[in-house]
Write a protein of this length. Structure first.
Length: 414
């Protein structure tokens, strides 16, 4: 039993890292599952369009009862028949519809990948928001502990009449304010964890540190949002082929074989042929449609032009956002250096002031200011580190990278 508990202990002690969270997102998110089902439907539509190119086979029958048959016609006629038909030429309409169906599947598949990327970035943002909140909580908890220690100390001094009740009240006010902030942050963390749990389909109680590879030198890759737009533009070209097929000749061949039976026959109303084979070759061509075809092609041309503008904008947006992401990464690295320096100084200053406060050489105001400076410096340092990781995530997102693949292995704290 102890052996199994030991195996389960890491799962109980540690939360989920970002890599495992993104894996859960891909597996459990219902929006992604819905998009994947849409892909299956689009794939099935290809088979439907391909099957439409094969000959059609029909069977049927009829029964005719004439109360007063015309001369030379039997009173009762019944028949069964089989018919096979095939489009010899349809202006390549069916071929174009197949290509269009394949393109629709391509669009759906790329859209699923784009949705996956959006959700991954959204979840990554939630993840580092929680990390920021936890950093704030840890700093506040540490400050709360320090204030509580001083509060306990001052209470002893008041009992020994070495301090006044006002000294307790001032520290108690700071303690209560800090406690309020701690509880507020705890609620924010719980709220963020529940939202994250909803997206990945699994309850998450805590998150672990995760970091990205730094790989910023690769050539900019076209992201899935632009790929979707280009695939839609291709779909318009295929739709134009479908529209053009309407004004081309349509040639069809049909062969129908029928068997007949008769009742109420006589010399005036004789039986007809026992069977009949009917071969039909038909050709049609639309000469004029009052400008409908022309109007449809103009509509498609305008839609293609609109997409071209959108593709151009999205391409420039990707370039700009990538540059902004690189700038943010560079700036955040400098912030981390400054924050670390400030934290080192704040810790050193607090140690000195804390000793002076304990010796009665500085008042509580100086002590609380030093504690607040250290708390803020601690939060700034940890939050800056998380901002850097989200900066990497944003860069990889706009560069068309898979965020899950750009993560290092989970890092466990000692």
């Amino acid at each position: 039993m102890k052996k199994y508990i030991a195996l389960l202990l890491p799962a109980l002690l540690f939360g989920e890292d970002l890599k495992s969270i993104l894996e859960l997102l891909n597996k459990n998110n219902t929006l992604l599952q819905s998009s994947k089902l849409t892909n299956e439907a689009k794939q099935q539509n290809i088979k439907t369009k391909e099957n439409a190119t094969y000959p059609t086979i029909d069977v049927g029958g009829y029964y005719q009862n004439l109360q007063t048959p015309a001369s030379g016609q039997a009173g009762d006629i019944y028949s069964v028949y089989g018919k096979i038909g095939y489009d010899l030429y349809d202006g390549d309409r069916k071929k174009s519809l197949i290509e269009l169906a394949k393109n629709e599947y391509k669009i759906s598949d790329i859209s699923t990948n784009a949705l996956k990327e959006n959700l991954a970035l959204d979840v990554t943002k939630d993840f580092f928001t929680i990390k920021n909140l936890k950093a704030s909580l840890n700093a506040k908890e540490e400050a709360k502990k320090s204030i509580n220690e001083q509060l306990t100390r001052v209470k002893r001094y008041v009992e020994a009449k070495l301090a006044t009740k006002s000294d307790i009240d001032r520290l108690q006010s700071s303690f209560d304010t800090n406690h309020y902030e701690v509880e507020t942050i705890k609620f924010q963390i719980d709220e963020a964890l529940q939202n994250l749990s909803l997206k990945i389909g699994k309850k998450i109680d805590s998150v672990e540190d995760s970091i990205f590879y730094e790989n910023l030198d690769e050539k900019l890759q076209e992201n899935n949002h632009i790929k979707v737009l280009k695939a839609r533009r291709d779909a318009i070209l295929l739709n134009e082929q479908v529209v053009n097929s309407a004004i081309l000749p349509q040639v069809k061949i049909e062969n129908t074989y029928s068997r007949f039976g008769y009742n109420r026959t006589n010399s005036s109303h004789p039986a007809g042929a026992d069977d009949q084979n009917n071969l039909t070759l038909s050709a049609t061509m639309k000469l004029y449609d009052f400008g409908i075809n022309k109007s449809e092609k103009q509509l498609l041309t305008i839609e293609a032009q609109a997409l071209a503008k959108e593709i151009d904008y999205k391409t420039k947006e990707q370039e700009v956002q990538t540059k902004i992401s690189l700038l943010k990464i560079s700036t955040t690295k400098e912030k981390i250096k400054s924050a670390y320096s400030a934290l080192t100084s704040a810790k050193s200053a607090f140690i000195t002031i804390n000793e002076k406060y304990n010796a009665g050489l500085v008042d509580y105001v100086t002590y609380l200011e030093a504690l607040q400076t250290k708390t803020n410096a601690n939060m700034s340092y940890e939050i800056s580190k998380n901002e850097l990781q989200f900066g990497y995530a944003t860069y990889y997102y706009y560069n068309g990278k898979n965020l899950e693949e750009m993560l290092l292995l989970q890092i466990k704290k000692d």
